[in-house]
Design a binder for this molecule. Structure first.
Ligand code: NAP
Ligand code: G4F
Length: 332
């Protein structure tokens, strides 16, 4: 019989790639979708052919209990979150409710109605915040620098607590930034790749960004969802860092992205304080040795390949939009 997986956050970047990955492995997939989700059909795309959509919300315990009780999934992947760090400063309470308490609600629903399930929590390198050591490992102390980071720390410990307190199979994947052609448009990498494409086609003149010196450990999302699955296939539940082990600044991302289309980022990027955060995470770089040794996981895509792939995809997207609108491009 096919294994069953429930994915929260199925309309997000990772939800898409994880569903695709599990489908190829023969899983029956259930995806949690909330009522306020926008453009569901477009975001699910070809997933609609095989994903069973379950309506519910991480802020609503009753919906979670109902779904888990009926579906009895073998594996639960909790990818849902208010995941935008800058936005979390504007909406700290609802961010905590979804990103922090939402994980607790799901764990408790699992304990009460489906305790045999294996549980994956989408933990984040943002928990390291003001980093206490370089590079960051599973043992590095947390020092979150945003309401989002604080909520993720709460969810991390809830996941550990349900493992230790109730002997449930629960894991934290501490994933460093991972990007793709499906990355949300408000995150910096995608904002840059769309900006480059539009500037190249003469649709935009400037790209306004915040802090260009922040450094991130950026990987390719489709490779990271495989690590999530691997964690749930082990004999014992545990927590793992997933990262490339390289760090690059936002400025370097801009440099490569613009150069790929023959432009110099210095002619187009404008640093705008409206995009600065009340507290910044200046440097992230992960050490995924444990994942390599225990899960056999390692990243494949290089930083340059990631940047160029995102720019190429957005050039195609923007050209298609132009064709559909009937406008004439004025390429630089
Ligand atoms: P994403 O694209 O922002 O997707 C977030 C998902 O959560 C969306 O499907 C969203 O659905 C859903 N959601 C939000 N609030 C919800 C609620 N109240 N109830 C149910 N669903 C809700 O995020 P992602 O980049 O795929 O990341 C997946 C997870 O990994 C997130 O938890 C994120 O915090 C974490 N993470 C991401 C990274 C990264 O670099 N991408 C790194 C570390 C950790 P709607 O369509 O309704 O908005
Ligand atoms: O792309 P970002 O918004 O990602 P951030 O804050 O690192 O968070 C992402 O990664 C986390 C893992 O560490 C996830 F947990 C989280 O859910 C999310 O996926 O910003 C990256 C950096 C920041 O330092 C920010 O200040 O880019 C800087 N930045 C500069 N200009 C900007 C901009 N960020 C955004 N979003 N928009 C800008 O215009």
């Amino acid at each position: 019989m096919a294994k069953k997986a429930l994915i929260t956050g199925i309309t997000g970047q990772d939800g898409y790639y994880l569903a695709e990955f599990l489908h190829e492995k023969g899983y029956e997939i259930y995806g949690l979708v909330r009522r306020s989700s926008q453009n569901i059909e477009q975001r699910l795309g070809k997933l609609s052919e095989y994903v069973h959509v379950e309506h519910g919300d991480l802020t609503d315990s009753l919906s979670l209990r109902d779904i888990l009780g009926r579906v009895q999934p073998d594996e639960i992947y909790n990818l849902a979150a208010q995941s935008h760090v800058a936005w979390s400063f504007k909406t700290p309470e609802s961010t905590f409710d979804i990103t922090g308490a939402g994980c607790l609600r799901l764990l408790e629903a699992m304990r009460q109605t489906s305790p045999h399930s294996r549980f994956y929590q989408a933990s984040s390198s943002e928990m390291f915040g003001q980093v206490q050591e370089v590079p960051q490992t599973e043992k590095t102390p947390f020092h979150p620098r945003s309401p989002y980071g604080v909520a993720k720390v709460a969810a991390y410990w809830a996941t550990v607590n349900y493992r230790e307190g109730y002997n449930l199979f629960t894991c934290n994947g501490i994933l460093f930034n991972h990007e793709s052609e499906r990355r949300g448009e408000e995150f910096v990498t995608r904002k840059i790749s769309i900006g480059v494409a539009r500037i190249k086609l003469g649709l935009q003149d400037k790209l306004l960004l915040g802090n260009l010196e922040a450094k991130r450990d950026w990987g390719y999302a489709p490779e990271y969802v495989r690590a999530m699955w691997l964690m749930l296939q082990q004999n014992e539940p545990d927590d793992y860092v997933i990262a490339t082990g390289e760090t690059h600044s936002v400025r370097e991302f801009c440099e490569i992205a613009f150069a790929h289309v023959g432009l110099d980022y210095r002619d187009f990027v404008v640093e705008d304080p409206q995009f600065y955060r009340p507290a910044e995470v200046n440097l992230l770089i992960g050490d995924a040795t444990k994942a390599r040794q225990k899960l056999g996981w390692k990243p494949e895509t290089t930083f340059r390949q990631l940047v160029e792939r995102m720019v190429e995809a957005d050039l195609e997207n923007q050209k298609r939009l132009l064709r559909n609108s009937g406008e004439t491009p004025r390429p630089r």
